[in-house]
Design a protein around this ligand. Sequence first.
Ligand code: PMP
Length: 382
Amino acid sequence: MPEEKLLLIPGPSPVVPRILDALALPTVSHVSPEMVHDLKEACENLKKIVFCAAGEPFVIAGAGTLAMEMAVLNTAGRGDRVLVLSQGYFGDRLAQICRAFGLEHDVLECEWGRAVTPGELDRRLKDRNYNVVVCTHVDTATGACAPVAEYSQVLEKTGSLFVVDGVCATGGIPERMDAWGIDVVLTAAQKCLGTPPGLSILVLSELAMEKRRSLASVPAFYSDLLRWLPVMHDPTKYFSTPCVNEVRAFAEGTRLIMEEGLEERFERHDLYAEAIRAGLAALGFGFFTDPDFLASTLSVVRYPDGIDDRAFRAGLGANGVVVAGGLGPTAGGVFRMGHMGNLTSAQVRFAVDAVEKTLATMGRKVAPGTGRQAVDGILKAR
Ligand code: PMP
């Protein structure tokens, strides 16, 4: 067995043994009592995770991109106008999906590293009406977190459906669907939820479901949520074979989240983000993301002068930690470190120690323990 490395890319996040054990249970029938029990429990927990009392949850084999496609196709039809708030790579993908299906749409963009502000959204909505507004909660390319609660306040008076891509946020950063008037949260299993990749996850409000029912059809077959709805209500019904093992692992992952407590989990994400950033800053690194928009789920980290991206990431990998390179225009100039899901404080310390060790092997003079001291300053202060 190869030596296990700490996976700190911005998704998938490390999967804890308890969830891996659930994944490794013998494959059962997709209509067996075990599967019915787990899918139902996963759906109930999912609604709690996004603070939605009366909506419809969906857990479907796929990934985040399929969930994006499903969210858009089931809320916007011919004659509707969509506004995409794009703060980077994944907002642009939402626009690509609209284009692929010929949906009328506008894109309100901002520079990488920040998010569209509520004021900018408000000004756009004064010029034009939109049936659906979609945004990325945290863009994984830029590390910027959008002010979703404030968007909701702007959208309250408009009657637009509000769709949030929570792939890099759900389960790590609050998404209070009912209180904020969010109509769709779409996400995936492999990031803040801490479960293995392989699932497209959505929760639709009653209003969003009404909208789907009002559409004569959806230009897709597998992505039509009305085909999945009977299965989610009664998993003994068949539409397309669910990925039994992933669903059972996901159910276990949601149990773990319930045990931790949602507010505690959100706070833990804030704390670890602060600790990791303090450690990296003490070691001479900077951050790409505008400080007003920093997400607690990942950091996009600028190198000190003279540190080569590839050499650094290879060295860090040799020291036991895997991080990702930059996406798009940031490639080569930054690395991206995920700190989401079921991370522990010991892993936070290990990661910063490994960064320090890597700098030392690259010839940087750093007083031993510099990173650890900064991390402990944050972790112990709480
Ligand atoms: N949206 C966001 C914000 C993401 O970070 C990602 C994946 N990094 C996606 C969508 C797409 O998800 P997937 O790779 O699972 O298709």
